[in-house]
Design a binder for this molecule. Sequence first.
Ligand code: ZN
Length: 87
Amino acid sequence: MTAGCRFAILDGANQSGAKVIAKCPHCERGMSSIKVEAIQIKAGKSSWNGVAYCCPSCDCALSVMIDQISLKDDVVAEVLQGLGREQ
Ligand SMILES: [Zn+2]
């Protein structure tokens, strides 16, 4: 789920030094940082730990994805369990 991003190019539009500031598509304020929230992603009977990237000003969710660190830990635990070893 991606709400889409718009960028404002300040101080010129070159790739080597242009200052780029992301703008929230909901409140249109500039973002120099982003807020990350834990979220459960559900698809049918499956569920994964996920992260939502949110605007720090209005909390609008800009993107959601599976939590890569949690996914890695889950895979390692399942492999060890499959090998008969517990973590
Ligand atoms: Zn916003």
